[in-house]
Design a protein around this ligand. Structure first.
Ligand code: NAG
Ligand code: NAG
Ligand code: NAG
Length: 480
């Protein structure tokens, strides 16, 4: 069965409405949306039958997602007549709540005549979406025939695990690629930060004669943004206009994010303010762009406006706003913002505490910073300690450094770090003799300075070795 490749008028009366119905029943929204896109392109959307099927699909997908799986299972087991669609719906639903074991049991129980490519696709997709790639692969290899959707499921699954090589190998095996497959590849590369590869794939896709759509463009913009390549980003923007690509919110978010990250704040602002429905991601991109390019006041003003809008800030927004306070040196503002998280039922994570420690530390409020670390839930990691140590260095507070280092040293693996950092802090507070002594202790204890290497990274803390007894370190900027 070939569902989507070479859509023709003929298919619109045959398998397509049935398959869309199945997508709806299966809550296979992504698949349904892909098909929708392809139908629009093939000029089939005006066919009444196809149109009706889409409405029904979207409705069912929406309704089923909130379904109560257990009750559904009971009903399913009781129902005397089970169809292909009900079996596949159950497998998909059970996999969706993460229970791949039960999903597999259902799959194995599906009667042979009802076990079609849809059933197989749903099972493989279930494994892949849950990150169980070995199981997904095993079933994928055994599939009697493959839908285009299952190839994309495998590609996205491997990318989610960071296994780009496997994803690419699957892609290279696709007998007849379509746009959805290319989009999975390009999006995957962009998501794992392999931006050059994403752009290469984008070029190859065009050479293969495919026209990009809004999903392709959103991924490509993300790659440009991560690379900080304004030039490439502008080219993509031109292409979007030239090819009249649908400016949906993925594309608009992508444009705002790209211009903001690449430092063209004026253009980012123009697009941002022109958008009717800004989602949280878009607000975050704009606030972050302003903060990282030194316009901290404006970033915080935008944060205030967001609070007044109907979109509520999420934990990432708070991180971005806190970092704006850190960059701008607005300590009390930062403390207020941090307190506000509770109001939105948000739980502060290590990053938020790290930001707060950095904020207080830079302002010389080291005791408060230390108390933040003491009171934070969970264990502070070395990035958080690093932020405070950085502040100790700036303010020459070796007593605080001692306190911190005694905490760090309860962890044996930090021993070398302890000496290096301590000698740094002493050096910074001009206790050169003490620093010299620490350095000797390190040498005697056999801490090696890797030849030809002038620095080591400990978490986000870069320890720099210089000639002689002194070393220097700097905490890397807390970039969001
Ligand atoms: C935000 O919350 C989500 C879900 O609770 C979590 O997975 C994510 O790591 C959090 N991000 C930050 C920056 O705290
Ligand atoms: C640091 O170590 C001291 C002594 O072991 C302990 O009392 C204190 O709670 C520790 N502080 C933190 C923030 O872990
Ligand atoms: C500390 O935790 C944060 C958040 O989970 C993480 O981004 C950072 O890389 C961690 N640092 C270290 C040294 O593990």
């Amino acid at each position: 069965m070939v569902y989507t490749q070479n859509l023709t008028k003929r298919t619109s009366h045959g398998i397509l409405p049935l398959f869309l119905k199945a997508c709806g029943s299966l809550a296979l929204l992504p698949l349904g949306v892909c098909l929708h896109g392809e139908c629009v392109k093939a000029g089939l959307i005006h066919e009444v039958l196809v149109g009706t099927s889409f409405v029904s699909m979207y409705c069912k997908c929406g309704c089923l997602m909130n379904g109560d799986m257990e009750r559904a299972l009971v009903l399913f087991e009781r129902s005397p007549e089970k169809t292909l669609v009900t079996w596949a719906t159950m497998i998909d639903g059970v996999a969706r709540i993460g229970d791949t074991v039960s999903a597999r049991q259902l799959f194995d129980r599906t009667p042979d005549e009802l076990r079609t490519v849809v059933t197989w696709t749903v099972m493989v997709h279930g494994y892949a979406a849950n990150g169980e790639m070995d199981e997904a692969r095993e079933m994928f290899e055994r599939m009697p025939c493959r839908s285009f959707f299952v190839w994309s499921s495998m590609i996205s699954g491997y990318f989610k695990k960071g296994e780009a090589k496997e994803a690419r190998a699957i892609f290279d095996r696709i007998p007849e690629r379509n746009l959805v497959n290319w989009n999975a590849l390009i999006a995957g590369y962009a998501q794992i930060g392999s931006c050059e590869e994403a752009l290469d794939a984008f070029r190859q896709m065009q050479m293969d004669g495919f026209e990009p759509d809004e999903f392709t463009m959103a991924s490509v913009l993300s790659a440009c943004s991560q690379l900080g390549s304004l030039e490439m980003g502008k080219k993509i923007h031109d292409m979007i206009n030239r090819k009249r690509i649908n400016m949906n919110h993925f594309v608009l978010n992508g444009l705002v994010d790209m211009y903001a990250k690449c430092g063209d704040l004026e253009r980012a602002k123009t697009i941002f303010h022109g958008m009717k429905n800004k989602n949280v991601v878009c607000w975050n991109a704009m606030i972050s762009g302003l903060a990282t390019h030194g316009q901290c006041e404006e970033a915080l003003a935008l944060f205030d406006r967001m609070e007044e809008s109907e979109k509520k800030p999420n934990n990432v927004t708070f991180l971005v706003a806190l970092s704006a306070c850190t960059h701008g040196g607005f300590v009390n503002r930062g403390l207020d913002i941090f307190k506000k998280m509770e109001k939105y039922n948000l739980v502060a994570g290590v990053e938020h505490y790290g930001c707060l420690v950095d904020l207080l530390g830079r302002a010389g409020r080291l005791n408060e910073a230390y108390n933040v670390i003491k009171s934070m839930p969970g264990s502070p990691n070395r990035s958080v300690w690093g932020a405070l140590l950085g502040a100790c260095k700036i303010h020459g507070d070796d007593k605080m450094a001692d306190r911190i280092l005694s905490n760090l040293s309860s962890n044996a693996e930090n021993d070398d770090v302890k000496y290096v950092v301590l000698s740094n802090v002493y050096a910074a507070s001009e206790k050169w003799e003490e620093a010299e002594r620490m350095w000797r202790v390190m040498a005697e204890n056999g801490m090696r300075k890797i030849p030809g290497c002038s620095s080591i990274m400990v978490g986000d803390l870069e320890l720099r070795f210089h000639s002689g007894a002194t070393t220097e370190y700097k905490a890397c900027e807390n970039l969001v």
